[in-house]
Design a protein around this ligand. Structure first.
Ligand code: 2NL
Length: 361
């Protein structure tokens, strides 16, 4: 028993003397670990007579419990001391400015969308949004693109399996243009209507100039007595404001879209600057928009009487507008998430486009 008593005194002293958590852990292993001294003592119980065990059993187990309690107490003291030491050295000054300065940037697509919203808000257009998973009817049928129409194949549609939007009307698709937003607006509110519909659209097409997801903006005006002249003025005003040039010439060419009659493709006068075509001047033409008068069938599909209501619509690619205005040459880089590219082409979060400050300031 004296041997046990000595062991107890030594171990309790070692626990008390442990200067840090590492030292304390070493004492625990030496006493209670697999090959520890107390563990070895407990193993001797097996070779004892019943009488010996009656005395030694409670003594050894009592020792083990006493040491466990002492270890836990010492551990709590050392942990509290370690925390105190950390708190004494670590400082967090909540009043310091964020370092090393602002880091995130606004993606050029977001910036251009904001610029467009600002320009059209000034002309009295509201921003309209709709689902990116559409149904066949809103994406195609309502727009005078019936089943088997070649335009459906031309749109390289992504079909969605496993359910579409609530109250779906036909197969679920990823919208191939933002026109269904305008269909929903015409069905949901009475004219006059002046909206732009910017957003993501999807087509199963991928190469140097096409990505499977890209951004489109469309505009729609519905009112009494709307003509191509209103379309022409609106597009001219928009292009001048967006590219911040006063001398722009637009050229309207007859074209065909199933949802317009007539359909009009719009070119803008350009000139060569630094090896690239840029907006303004008259050396060359660049196609930038598709547009037209809303087809009477489309109006009727939305419950509007074409004898009473007319309208114009237009659409163009936001990514391409951004490239033309800010000089990027590779569309795919828009979606790579490359931080160097984002820092170079990104905009400051506080550079909010305003007409008074210059939309591209
Ligand atoms: C393009 C340019 C266009 C429209 C979009 C439209 C929407 C409704 C009715 C009539 Cl609801 N038109 N949008 C019109 C002309 C062109 O987008 O190049 N698209 C293939």
């Amino acid at each position: 028993m004296t041997e046990t008593e000595t062991l107890r005194t030594d171990l309790l002293a070692a626990i008390d003397g442990a200067a840090d958590l590492t030292a304390l852990e070493a004492v625990r292993v030496a006493a209670l670990g697999k090959a520890g001294q107390v563990t070895a003592l407990l193993k001797t119980l097996g070779g004892m007579t019943a009488e010996q065990r009656q005395v030694a059993g409670p003594a050894f187990n009592g020792l083990r419990e006493e040491l466990s309690a002492a270890l836990a107490a010492r551990k709590a003291v050392l942990e509290a001391a370690a925390l105190e030491a950390r708190l004494a050295t670590e400082r967090l000054d909540m009043s310091l400015p964020v370092l090393p300065g602002p880091r995130g940037t606004v993606h050029p697509i977001s910036q251009v969308m904001d610029e467009l919203a600002e320009i059209f808000a000034d002309l009295g257009f509201a921003v309209a949004e709709g689902p990116e998973i559409e149904d066949d009817w809103h994406n195609f049928t309502a727009l005078n693109i019936p089943e088997e129409h070649p335009a459906r194949a031309m749109h390289d549609t992504f079909y969605v399996t496993g359910g579409g939007p609530a109250g779906a009307n036909g197969r679920a698709v990823l919208r191939t243009h933002t026109s269904p937003v305008q269909i929903r607006t015409m069905m949901g509110q009475a004219p006059p209507i002046r909206i732009i519909a910017p957003g993501r659209v999807y087509r199963s097409d991928s190469d140097a100039t096409h990505t499977p997801m890209f951004h489109q903006i469309e505009g729609l005006v519905i009112d009494r007595g709307i003509t191509l002249a209103h379309l022409r003025w609106t597009l001219e005003t928009f292009i001048k404001a967006f590219f911040e040039v006063d001398d722009v010439t637009l050229r309207f060419r007859p074209s065909y879209f199933p949802f317009t009659e007539p359909g009009v493709e719009v070119d803008v006068g350009c000139s060569w600057q630094g090896g690239r075509l840029s907006i303004g001047g008259s050396e060359s033409w660049m196609e930038i928009l598709g547009s037209g008068m809303v087809h009477p069938k489309v109006l009727r599909n939305c419950g509007l009487d074409p004898e009473e209501w007319q309208g114009f619509a237009f659409g163009t690619g936001v990514d391409r507008l951004a490239m033309l205005k800010y000089g990027m040459t590779d569309l795919r880089a828009f979606f790579d998430g490359d931080l160097r590219w984002l820092r170079h082409y990104g905009f400051g979060a506080l550079d909010v486009p305003t007409l008074s400050g210059g939309v591209g300031a």
